[in-house]
Design a binder for this molecule. Structure first.
Ligand code: PQQ
Length: 266
């Protein structure tokens, strides 16, 4: 059993991991949110990030398949509904594909996951395997990066709206929706981890799971940066900057597409 003071210290330890390691500080996100990405870089992010989106409900299904507590399953299953939506509409995956269309990509191309960078696949697949194989406490702890997600989603909404003409409420609906979903999910996940990590060893394992997850997220952006920013080496199989475009190419630089002068031109 942990005392209230030990529990609070463990909570602070988890928050410190996010402060030090969360991907809001990655140079690719700094560029994206500050309006310094070209449209090619934005599209590469949308294509690669889709792979993460597509695997989230699969990792949550893997989690549920191992869960023998009905209460835990009841609390967890809405995560799959949030991402997959109903038979005909709704859900984060469809909302992400609306963002894909808004940046000029064919949603069918994005959904095919062709062009996803190898490192993105390895990192995301490692997350799904982690949740499938590790003790439930560590699997839940690995989702706690979502403690830090509302801040990055708010910064992203503001940054994209300010700097890119494609950005409007429909294109950014994915992020707005997460502003209410993520806090609910993470409130449950955090309470579960604080309640179940009742020994020093379990606290260490849960903290390591959260570090692992920050690395899953950071690695995806390293891969994007290396392929599409510097040194700009696109590995075999990575999106070539051309495939899967919808209709006429849009202007390349985000600076040409600023809200003040760009919207009318589109
Ligand atoms: O945009 C982001 O930076 C970001 C980060 C994370 C995260 O911290 O893992 C998630 C999301 N978004 C997200 O939209 C989402 O649905 C989500 C689910 C999970 C998870 O681990 O179960 N993380 C995240």
């Amino acid at each position: 059993m942990t005392t209230p003071v030990e529990r609070e210290a463990f909570h602070a330890r988890l928050l410190a991991i996010g402060k030090e390691r969360y991907h809001d500080q990655h140079p690719f996100h700094v560029m994206l949110h500050g309006g310094r990405c070209t449209m090619t870089q934005v599209r590469a992010w949308v294509i690669n990030r889709y792979y993460y989106q597509s695997r989230i409900p699969m990792k949550d299904a893997a989690f549920l398949s191992r869960c023998d507590e009905p209460d835990l399953r009841r609390a967890w299953r809405s995560r799959i509904e949030d991402h997959d939506g109903g038979l005909d509409q709704g859900g984060g995956i469809r909302r992400w594909l609306r963002l894909a269309a808004a940046v000029g990509l064919d949603p069918g191309y994005v959904a095919s996951t062709r062009g996803v960078l190898p490192a993105t696949r390895f990192a995301v697949d490692a997350y799904v395997s982690f949740v499938r194989e590790k003790p439930l406490l560590e699997a839940v702890a690995s989702s706690l990066t979502e403690l830090f997600a509302p801040k990055i989603h708010s910064e992203r909404i503001a940054g994209l709206l300010q700097h890119y003409a494609f950005a409007d409420d429909a294109a950014l609906a994915y992020f707005r929706q997460r502003l209410t979903e993520a806090p609910r999910d993470v409130e449950f996940g955090l309470a579960y981890v604080l309640d179940h990590a009742e020994t020093a060893d379990k606290q260490d394992a849960a903290a390591a799971a959260l570090v692992f997850k920050t690395e899953v997220l950071w690695t995806q952006l390293d891969a994007l940066y290396s392929a599409y920013v510097a040194p700009g080496i696109i590995p075999p199989g990575g999106w070539d900057g051309q495939d899967g475009m919808l209709g006429e190419p849009m202007a390349e630089r985000s600076s040409e597409l600023r809200a003040s002068d760009g919207r009318a031109a589109l």
